[in-house]
Design a protein around this ligand. Structure first.
Ligand code: B16
Ligand code: MG
Length: 224
């Protein structure tokens, strides 16, 4: 079992961990769904978390069994239109949108010389970090277009450990999605789930919200 003294770095998911961009993803996808006469459901709302843009579109189209009605070109156009709308929405982000407790937690990690990287499925991650004015905390950001498979595959979190130049077993991954927790575990890292414990039951450590996450609590869990 991992011991806290072995921990050397942290890999952060972005949407749902550092900022609540999920509401903007939902808003932008919901508009597309409604244009296509597809009912927006809570299942779609949570299902799109953590998975990449095209997989999100496929989930929405498959929920109404209409994926076969669209050509690749049309699907690309829908995904681009969603992203244009999403970019307008995230353009309004400010440092105040960093989720509760996370500024303090980032400072705590920095003060303890723990290295940090971003393990997001989002191609918009650098833009979002810039808007939140927290880019400087991170050694690097995984480029999801350069990894073979998105979450739940291990690739994104494995790459986040590589960026930190650390053995995955010494890296703690933080996630709000079930697909993300699966990715962290598959990469051989220590998983921290933030949010609904029933949904994130595969995580090694669970916190109800970002406001509850502290280094001391992670340390206490790992030294148990
Ligand atoms: P984009 P995360 C994920 O971010 C979102 O949770 C997911 O809903 C989204 O589809 C995905 O990023 C791709 O985002 O369209 O901006 O490239 O949670 O992995 O930080
Ligand atoms: Mg997330």
């Amino acid at each position: 079992m991992a011991h806290f003294d072995d921990v050397k770095g942290f890999a952060f998911d972005l949407d749902g961990v550092l900022a609540d961009t999920a509401k903007f993803h939902s808003q932008a996808w919901r508009q597309i769904a409604e244009e296509l006469n597809i009912t927006w459901t809570p299942e779609l709302e949570s299902g799109i978390k953590g998975i990449d843009r095209m997989s999100s579109l496929m989930l929405i189209l498959n929920s109404a069994d209409v994926a076969g009605n669209y050509t690749e070109e049309q699907k690309e156009a829908l995904a681009t239109r969603k992203n244009d709308h999403y970019k307008e929405l995230i353009g309004t982000l400010t440092p105040d949108d960093v989720l509760p407790g996370m500024h303090k937690f980032l400072d705590e990690l920095k003060a303890n010389n723990l290295k940090m990287s971003i393990a997001s499925a989002s191609k918009n991650a650098p833009f979002i970090l810039d808007k939140l004015q927290i880019s400087d905390y991170f050694v690097g950001v995984v480029d999801p277009s350069k990894v073979k498979e998105g979450k739940p595959a291990p690739d994104i979190f494995a790459e986040a450990a590589k960026i930190l130049d650390l053995d995955p077993a010494t890296v703690v991954g933080l996630e709000d999605s079930a697909a993300g927790i699966t990715s962290i575990n598959a990469a051989g890292e220590i998983s921290v789930g933030i949010g609904d414990k029933a949904l994130l039951h595969e995580a090694k450590i669970n916190f109800p919200s970002t406001a509850d996450v502290t280094l001391a609590k992670i340390r206490a869990h790992l030294n148990w």
